[in-house]
Design a protein around this ligand. Sequence first.
Ligand SMILES: Nc1ncnc2c1ncn2[C@@H]1O[C@H](COP(=O)(O)OP(=O)(O)OP(=O)(O)O)[C@@H](O)[C@H]1O
Ligand SMILES: O=C(CO)[C@H](O)[C@H](O)COP(=O)(O)O
Length: 411
Amino acid sequence: MAVCTIYTTQSLKSTCSISTPTKTHLGFHQKQVVFYSTGKRTSKRGSSSSCGPCVITCSAGDSQTVVIGLAADSGCGKSTFMRRLTSVFGGAAEPPKGGNPDSNTLISDMTTVICLDDYHSLDRTGRKEKGVTALDPKANNFDLMYEQVKALKSGVAVDKPIYNHVTGLLDPPELIKPPKILVIEGLHPMFDERVRDLLDFSIYLDISNEVKFAWKIQRDMAERGHSLESIKASIEARKPDFDAFIDPQKQYADAVIEVLPTQLIPGDNEGRVLRVRLIMKEGVKHFSPVYLFDEGSTISWIPCGRKLTCSYPGIKFHYGPDTYFGNEVSILEMDGQFDRLDELIYVESHLSNISAKFYGEVTQQMLKHADFPGSNNGTGLFQTIVGLKIRDLYEQITASKTAAPLEATKA
Ligand SMILES: Nc1ncnc2c1ncn2[C@@H]1O[C@H](COP(=O)(O)OP(=O)(O)OP(=O)(O)O)[C@@H](O)[C@H]1O
Ligand SMILES: O=C(CO)[C@H](O)[C@H](O)COP(=O)(O)O
């Protein structure tokens, strides 16, 4: 009986098959597989054989999950970004059918978005008793987060806990099946190195303190009836842990959307007009940064005039190479806001590498969600573009995994 040993650097998923001239085997998970040509598998290394060349073929199947991480503090626009992203893939994103009405999960045909608050290990009372915030790693279960993201990525369904934001309690778990694209959004997607290594692409929403404050007031005062003092106190109370545990994650992000007060109105910190910077890391696999006019040049552009209507204080773009936490990046910046969203096509036609499937796709997406916060400024524009880049990344990863069979060596 012949014994084959196959060595591969690739993680073999259940959609991989291994063939020898005599047999095809499906569904191995090890990096090194030893099997008998009769089909019986053993974990022991076997010796060489007369099996002939072994070939491993991995096809794109349901278990091929691309994992995206989105990090930001609470109230910084993650849900809005997610709505823009899932819209790029089409289909409505909804909570799991027939499940917990307070589930934080959103599922569409292509994507599943899970909220990392579900990995809080301490409920609201527990945090209060221990005197820790939800931002503190001590209040979160990173081992479970890692195990479950890893399982989903390799095509295995998990029973994920639910943190109930209404009651502040940990509810019974919900079943999450491996999607085509898994987005893990929340406070800590890039905090734990093991989880970070599972990400195919990562984004950090970096909202400056002034703007965060303005948005919080807008939402928590107008919509939730909180007082100005209580909003200030809650931001202050979170700040040390935010600085210690959340903010440092931006150094690992492949793309950062930085939101700052405008520089077009001296001294302005109202948070109404925004200066938004899309910081894109160079050399990330399956991701090529967007550019304005000419790749690698440094360009300032005021598009206001005959083709773009601008009221005070106008719009200014800037593009160029830079460094960010020691990494080479390209930065595209927009300060100001659009008066007429349909005229955005003029700006879009000067941007390259946006991964649109047709001319005007960015403008179409922006018009479709004109009522979302940030649709008239760089937050909406850059979130939409990052959505298209993620679609492109997904398609590239899928295509590369479907491609050529991997020749494996035979012992
Ligand atoms: N681009 C934007 N421009 C202006 N306001 C915004 C923008 N994005 C978000 N906001 C404001 O911030 C609020 C929170 O946004 P969103 O719900 O998307 O954030 P979140 O990070 O998901 O919040 P949470 O984690 O608390 O659920 C919105 O109601 C809106 O007031
Ligand atoms: O930072 C947060 C992430 O969204 C929340 O504050 C955290 O999940 C704690 O939740 P709660 O407000 O229910 O105590």
